[in-house]
Structures are given as C-alpha cells and as structure tokens.
Design a protein around this ligand. Structure first.
Ligand SMILES: Cc1ncc(COP(=O)(O)O)c(C=O)c1O
Length: 403
C-alpha cells in the first residue's frame, strides 16, 4: 500500500545534490500529493474568481466549491460547518482565540499551558496575561519531557484555570497527550479548553465531538495541504460570542459612518478575500485522506516509528527524548555533546532531510537542559528504506564526528 501511496508524492522522487531525497521533516510541513497540486493548479487555470461577491458563473462556482470544503472539514472533525473558521494557520488561530478570550480574563484568573507547547501556544497567552493581569502557569512534566497526567489533573483541580491550552501532540518530541482526560477534569471547573492540533490532525484524525474540547486549531500545510491556510474549530456559542479579531470587508453585516454591525460566526472572523486556492487544495488533501484506511496508515506509521526507535537505540551515545510509547512518529535525539546542527548538516549530504534546533519550543529545551535536538519526523509516505538510509548516514556521520 505504502509503495503505491508514495507514487502520489512527486517530491519524494527527486534528488538533493544527486542523492535521492529522504524526507524526515513532515512535522515542519508535509509533502503534497499530486491531487492537491492539481487542485490548486486547476483553480487558477480554469476556475479562478473571487468568492461571495459576483453574480457571474465563475464566482458562484468558486463560492460553492469553497464553502463545500468547510462542510467537508466539519465532517472530518465531526463538528458543524458554522463552527469552522479559516485562518492563515495554527499560529493565526491561536492568536485569534487568545485575543477573543482575553476579555473574559481578570487578574484572578489562571491560564494553564504545558511546557511542551510550540511558541505559538505560549506567546499569545503570555500577551493575554500581560494585558489582563491573569497568571500563566505550566503543567508538570518529568525530566524526559513527558507530561505527568495525574499531577496535571491535580493541578487543574487546584488552580481551576479559566483557560487550558495544550497540544494534542508535541512538535518537538512527538508525545501524544491524553487531552480527553484533561478536558474531562477541566470541565468540572468550567475551564475553556483549547487544543493545539497542528501535529495531530494528520496522524490521529481526532473526533472533536468525542474529545469534547471548546477550541481546536490546525495548519493545512501539516496535513498534506497548502501553506498559508489553517483554521480553528470553536464551540458555537463561545465562538459566536467572542469579539471580532480583524475587521474589514466580508465580515460585516452593515457599515455606515454611524457604526458597523458584524456577521455571525464564522463569517465575522473571516475579513477580506480568503485563501481560496488554499482551501480548495486542502479539500483535495481531505479527499486524499478520506480515501485511505486511517487505521492501516496509523499501524504502518507506528511500526515504522518503532523500527526507527529500536535502530537508534542500538547506536551508542544516542539519547532519545520524550515518550516513545505514545508518539505520533517523531524522534528527537542528541548524540553525546555534538551539536545538533552539525549532525543535521552531515545527514543532509546523504540526502537525509531532518530538522535541528529548538523547534520553537525554547521553554521545553530549557527544561531538558538542551540547546536543541535533531528531529526526525515521519509520515505515512516514509519507507523502511528511508529509515535504513537515515541510520547508515547517521553511523557515517558519527564516524566523522569521532575522527
Ligand atoms: C504544535 C504546533 N503548534 C503550532 C504551530 C504553528 O503552526 P504554523 O507555523 O503553521 O502556524 C506548529 C508549527 O510547527 C506546531 O508544531
């Protein structure tokens, strides 16, 4: 099955400096299947028009195609289309939510995040705290960077946060969090729950109604879709009652110099011309995912991940950080005191594309007393051959570093 699927991704069959590419940076952005590329091309070549505006045929067709994808995504997430807002990405979504919820915060309130958050799920809350006097607190994690679930639940009971915002899966370590368990506890204190699903949408395909969160954010480009597009789910009543974030055309009901009234959600959060081609490309990405057996893909990814972990564990001096049991397929490792950037640069000479650095999680790196790690992030289109190439390249890299 995987060999067949790999054929759908043109970039996987290219070369870097004459070496076949082994792409292990899917946590940064996934590769795109040909059907997504075709959908974007087709839109510009045959269907291009602005949405929601024209009486002409092209505009009407673009509008109905564009709006149908909101419905497709809502079905994918098991929520309703009115609860989906398109944004520029997960960062934009988190800023919108933090801004919108700020008006509920006072200096007596606590915003709770985890130390594993991407900066996008820290800085907007820090700003909200600065503006309102609320306190930003962090959940407990152990020395491996693994959330301590029972202690986390205890802390939620203790501080009764106004907002709990946590990633479903960590982009730096790959750890999967039991967000449903945390949400259940948070609900006992009327805490508003925000789940950063940037890394989980592709690998875990969450059912948001079952999860029970109030908000969920994602980026299309980490889920086979185009860059520059993302979105959020918001429980309708909460979403609709939030203040507008950015203003302008499209999001209004009536404008006069006496004042302006706004549309209901989701329209009131979508000013200006949207990313139409991005949404259409993302629609093709969802079609692609809907056509594949999700369980079979998840099994394949997990087996490949365990194969990678055990190969790395056999190399003396390699330390893997994080939870290797509940993981979306990310290995973050260090090798003795060698610099992560040197390792990644050597690997690149073998066509192996990995990420090195702090992965936009500086507080986590500080907690682990690290400058950074080498991050290998898998997707279902990686092969066992890719992993073998990585391991061989890493052994050669280590030989070079040890010389
Ligand atoms: C967990 C997580 N949250 C948020 C983001 C921000 O996503 P974007 O840069 O697409 O806005 C990322 C990106 O790496 C991420 O991994």
């Amino acid at each position: 099955m995987i060999e067949q699927l790999r054929k759908d991704f043109p970039l996987l069959h290219t070369h870097v400096d004459e070496q076949p590419i082994c792409y292990f940076d899917s946590a940064a952005t996934t590769q795109k299947p040909q059907s997504v590329i075709n959908a974007v091309n087709k839109f510009y070549q045959q269907d291009n028009a602005n949405v929601h505006r024209g009486a002409h045929t092209l505009s009407a067709a673009a509008t109905s195609h564009y709006e149908s994808i909101r419905g497709k995504l809502a079905r994918f997430l098991n929520v309703t289309p009115e609860e989906i807002v398109w944004t520029k990405g997960a960062t934009d979504s988190l800023n919108l939510i933090a801004y919108g919820l700020s008006e509920k915060l006072t200096q007596d309130d606590v915003i709770l995040v985890s130390p594993l958050e991407h900066h996008a799920n820290i800085v907007p809350w820090q700003q909200a705290a600065l503006k309102t006097g609320a306190k930003l607190e962090v959940l407990p994690v152990n020395e491996q960077g693994i959330l301590e679930l029972e202690n986390a639940k205890r802390l939620i009971h203790k501080v009764k946060p106004k907002i709990l915002s946590i990633c479903h899966a960590s982009n730096a370590l790959g750890n999967i969090h039991d967000v449903a368990a945390l949400i259940e506890v948070a609900k006992q204190h009327d805490t508003i729950t925000v789940i950063d699903g940037a890394q989980s949408l592709l690998h875990l395909r969450p059912d948001l109604s079952a999860m029970g969160c109030d908000f969920f954010v994602f980026s299309a480009h980490k889920t086979l879709g185009p860059t520059g597009l993302g979105g959020l789910f918001g429980r309708y009543e909460l979403l609709n009652n939030m203040p507008v974030y950015q203003t302008g055309g499209e999001m209004i009901e009536r404008v006069s110099f006496g004042g302006t009234t706004f549309r209901d959600a989701p329209g009131k959060f979508e000013p200006g011309t949207p990313n139409i081609s991005g949404v259409i490309g993302f629609g093709a990405a969802l079609d692609y995912l809907n056509a594949i057996d999700a369980n079979a893909l998840a099994d394949y990814e997990q087996n490949l991940y365990q194969y990678l972990v055990s190969a790395l564990q056999k190399i003396d001096g390699i330390k893997i950080w994080g939870d290797t049991i509940h993981n979306i397929g990310i290995v973050s490792f260090t090798y003795k005191d060698e610099h992560h950037f040197d390792i990644a640069t050597f690997l690149n000479t073998y066509g192996v594309a990995v990420r090195s650095g702090h992965h936009c999680t500086q507080p986590l790196m500080a907690h682990l007393s690290l400058q950074g790690t080498v991050r290998v992030s898998l997707a279902f289109y990686n092969s066992y051959q890719d992993v073998d190439t990585l391991i061989d390249a890493l052994k050669n890299t280590i030989d070079m570093l040890e010389e």
